[in-house]
Design a protein around this ligand. Structure first.
Ligand SMILES: Cc1cc2nc3c(=O)[nH]c(=O)nc-3n(C[C@H](O)[C@H](O)[C@H](O)COP(=O)(O)OP(=O)(O)OC[C@H]3O[C@@H](n4cnc5c(N)ncnc54)[C@H](O)[C@@H]3O)c2cc1C
Length: 442
């Protein structure tokens, strides 16, 4: 090969989907793969950190969807590697809702507010489906209890459309990962099966960390990838596994441009707080000490001035992390599958993967895992059919020549030079109208 940095496939991102895609390709004989990861580690949104003397998960914490007829592949991996988990038993859970003075709300008030929030959401959805403006001033949550219930109901726990595919397909049980090695250890174990590792460290040259991809230039001959540190890599194909937030940001320039698309630690005295939307951005923007002061103020209002100070605070900043730009995808419930289909549709030689490309399981670890498998299968199919097409086209072009020279027989395709000018994936012709690919790419 002329360029030492040229390989068959470059995978951008070493999260669950990127690593799974790499493993699948290796298992199918495509070993000259390079994985370019922006941060200094693999795992992406699987990330543990030591805090307060225990390993806490900053990203995914649960394996959701266990105990059904089909087995969840991430649960299978967890069992295979003896990942320690605890069953999240909501049937015995007691929920208390406190006001800001620490008084428990009577359950009948909570039930009324719950009903009001559900009715308002259904109403809003009907308007959005009909593309009409919805005046939510009368039904918008106002009192603290209404705000709390609205948050739990819509922003956090139940921001998914029923029936939830994860529970339907894999079962309704959920397990919290409680392993000192962290959820991310599953990926290190996976890496051992196809990369060169020693004592838990990945030493394989095909994984390149601290490589922030900034540009992908794709053409019929392949893809040229440029990183922030000035390195240039070339490949026949690219699998892009970065999050939807990164795709929407300006971190990676794609040329020609893309078509337009739109209490977890028991016994450890760690209090977990979940914030979403504007509030999470506000907290990410201020110093941890300011957040600690705010949190202590709220707790003291609720439980009295004598409660002890927290000894430490850990604030994950998924939104401000330029390699994430958010925690996970959550498509509006009235969005149809076509959008997700468009998002994962390959463009030229660039294939897309990641939890956001999973129609049924976006937002989950198993969504990322299954999308890695699906994308690598699509790419393997493309590589097979592309190779066949090339060889058929070579035969077609060479036949008149062979008739003249008689020196070669048409049953020796391997001995012929490759003809890049006709190296065009068939499916692009089919997609060209739909996604308006510029003619030049074809
Ligand atoms: C706070 C939080 C809680 C969650 N809780 C759960 C849960 O309980 N259960 C569950 O199933 N799921 C949960 N999830 C979702 C789950 O973590 C994700 O769906 C999954 O890990 C996504 O994997 P991925 O491979 O699609 O993306 P990622 O993990 O984001 O991988 C993409 C990789 O691309 C890299 N990258 C980005 N830009 C570049 C660039 N320019 N060049 C090179 N590399 C780049 C990133 O550094 C990253 O390593 C949670 C996520 C968060 C953030």
């Amino acid at each position: 090969m002329d360029n030492p940095n040229r390989c068959s496939v470059i995978i951008v991102g070493a999260g669950v989907s990127g690593m799974t895609a790499a493993k699948m390709l290796a298992e199918n004989g495509v070993e000259d793969v390079v994985i370019l990861e922006a941060s200094d580690r693999i795992g992406g949104r699987l990330r543990k950190e030591d805090f307060g003397g225990v390993a806490v998960e900053l990203g995914a914490g649960w394996i959701a969807g266990v105990g059904g007829k089909q087995s969840n592949p991430v649960w299978d991996l967890a069992r295979q590697h003896n990942l320690r988990t605890c069953f999240s038993d909501y049937s015995n859970a007691r929920y208390n809702i406190y006001d800001n003075n620490g008084k428990i709300f009577p359950s009948c008030i909570a039930a009324d507010s719950y009903k009001k929030a559900v009715d308002a959401a259904i109403q809003k959805l009907r308007y959005e489906q009909a593309n009409q403006d919805y005046d939510d001033t009368s039904s918008a949550p106002k009192t603290p209890i209404e705000l709390a219930i609205d948050f739990i109901l819509h922003d956090f726990e139940m921001a998914e459309v029923e029936p939830i595919s994860t529970f339907v397909d894999f079962g309704e049980r959920e397990f919290l990962v409680a392993d000192e090695r962290g959820y991310e250890s599953l990926l290190y174990k996976m890496a051992e099966s196809f990369l060169f590792t020693s004592e838990g460290e990945i030493l394989d040259d095909r994984l390149k960390v601290n490589k922030v991809v900034r540009e992908l230039h794709h053409s019929r001959n392949g893809v040229v990838v440029r990183t922030e540190d000035g390195s240039v890599y070339e490949a026949d194909y690219v699998i892009l596994s970065v999050s939807i937030g990164v795709l929407q940001s300006r971190l990676i320039k794609i040329l020609p441009t893309l078509p337009n698309m739109e209490n977890a630690y028991p016994g450890c005295n760690i209090l977990v707080v979940t914030l979403t939307n504007g509030e999470s951005k506000r907290i990410e923007a201020q110093s941890d000490q300011d957040t600690l002061k705010e949190a202590m103020q709220v707790l003291r209002n609720m439980f009295g001035p004598d409660i002890p100070d927290a000894t430490d605070i850990l604030v994950p900043r998924w939104w401000n992390n330029r390699f994430q730009r958010g925690s996970y995808s959550n498509y509006p419930i009235y969005v149809n599958n076509q959008l997700v289909h468009d998002i994962k549709c390959p463009v030229g030689r660039i294939f897309f993967t990641g939890e956001h490309t999973s129609e049924k399981f976006n937002g989950y670890v198993h969504g990322a895992y299954l999308s890695g498998i699906e994308t690598s299968n699509a790419l393997l199919e493309e590589m097979r059919t592309g190779k066949k097409r090339r060889s058929e086209n070579q035969t077609f072009l060479l036949e008149p020549l062979l008739a003249l020279t008689g020196s070669l027989t048409s049953s020796q395709p391997e001995s012929r030079p490759s003809l890049h000018t006709i190296d065009i994936p068939q499916q692009l012709f089919l997609q060209a109208t739909k996604i308006r690919l510029p003619e030049a790419i074809l």
